[in-house]
Design a protein around this ligand. Sequence first.
Ligand code: SAH
Length: 471
Amino acid sequence: MGELAVLPVFFALKGKRVVLAGASERAVWKAELLNATGAQLDVIAADPCDAMRVLLAACPNAQLVERTWQPSDLPGAAMALVDAYTDDEASTFQAAAKAAGVPMNAIDNPAFCDFQFGAMVNRSPLVIGISTHGTAPVFGQAIRGRLETLLPANIQAWAQAARRWRARVVPLDLPFHARRRFWERFSERALGVSDMPPRDDEFEAFLDSAKSDEAVPTGRVTLVGAGPGDPDLITLKALRALQGADIVLYDNLVAPEIVDMARREAQKIDVGKRGGRPSCKQDDITAMMIAFGKAGKRVVRLKGGDPMIFGRANEEIAGLVAAGVPVEVIPGVTAALGAAASLQISLTERNLARRLQFITAHAKDGRLPEDIDWAALCDRGAATVVYMGVKTMDALVAKLLGHGMDAAMPAVLVERATQRDERRIVATIADMPAQAKLAHPDGPCLLMIGLVFAPLLIPHAEAAGAAALYT
Ligand code: SAH
């Protein structure tokens, strides 16, 4: 093991005497913390602040002793803290605590401390402590914030169930392996993707599966939306699913940073198309997921944007359901909404778009689909987002103009929406194919069409003024 700056240990203080010498404002939080542990708290201070008086008045296990602390206060205490005004006082207190054999902390003065208080995440009985060894408490707090977001919402209920169920497991005197399996099943469920609170009737199920030797954990597949590219746009639920996965099957549209969010030990499999290499066939992907699911693996199928938007999710879901593998879907931010956010244009601006439509311009054979509703696309009161619309853009625009779309209808092509190298091309619909060719887009693109995009074409026009222009 490399250097360990401090040893994390967890003190059980219930019923034990703790001395807090001094009571300025900064000692109040420590008093509150110690009181929450159930300690017998002696606050010794000649001039306690008002907040301390108020706090202690509400704490039956705490007493306020209004005088200066003395070395004789320390013997027999489980822990001692000093809220010292000077280094001299901190040093004197440290010597007195040492003589009494009591571990001590000088608040906000790491040079005189036997131990430090770190930041913490409290889901009692689960408690997570974070230390920067006194170097950067604010950094510790920021890490605490990050951990808070990673923990499943029901983790405290699971920690409480662990306490209850331990009392039931111990008397059963199970063999070591069965006991271990019980707690493995328990942890899998507690940290699993479904994020459900424990039910008391699950105890027996865990026990049964722990007792049977060949018990295979039930696998499952989660279709997860990875969002449009910016890694910060994935959901907390998606992050948790990634961190609980044994296998991650990802598409080429998914940013590498997001694939990296998966557990380090997870097997990551690229099932997308890149550099001319053919992608895995849809049937092969479904078959792979079924096989892994049946082998008890937790599989995450990671898809760009939202899995339910032009993602062939139904085929995968139907295959899994038919094979009896449990499946779940976690939504993501679809590309259109990512693009709207970066353009800062509402797709449903009241006066300009009463309707929003997502279409694909790419049929199974790679050509423009035959059955597009042209009247709907030419509706001046609609905003249209075309997915997979680059290859067939010439044909699409010719049809739109042929069906009566105004040649001056504003359009924007957004490439790699929300990613660092996002690009946009703004043009009238009639000019867009030529402009797009000049720009040579090589990333995923959305073609967005409608009066709501007029402010991009005429940068200084008020949206309402632009509407007037085009009506
Ligand atoms: N399920 C995805 C869409 C998959 S279809 C979603 O909800 O976003 C693939 C098409 O999505 C691409 O051809 C492109 O039109 C669009 N797309 C995906 N990510 C994009 C991005 N970051 N910027 C622009 N278009 C994107």
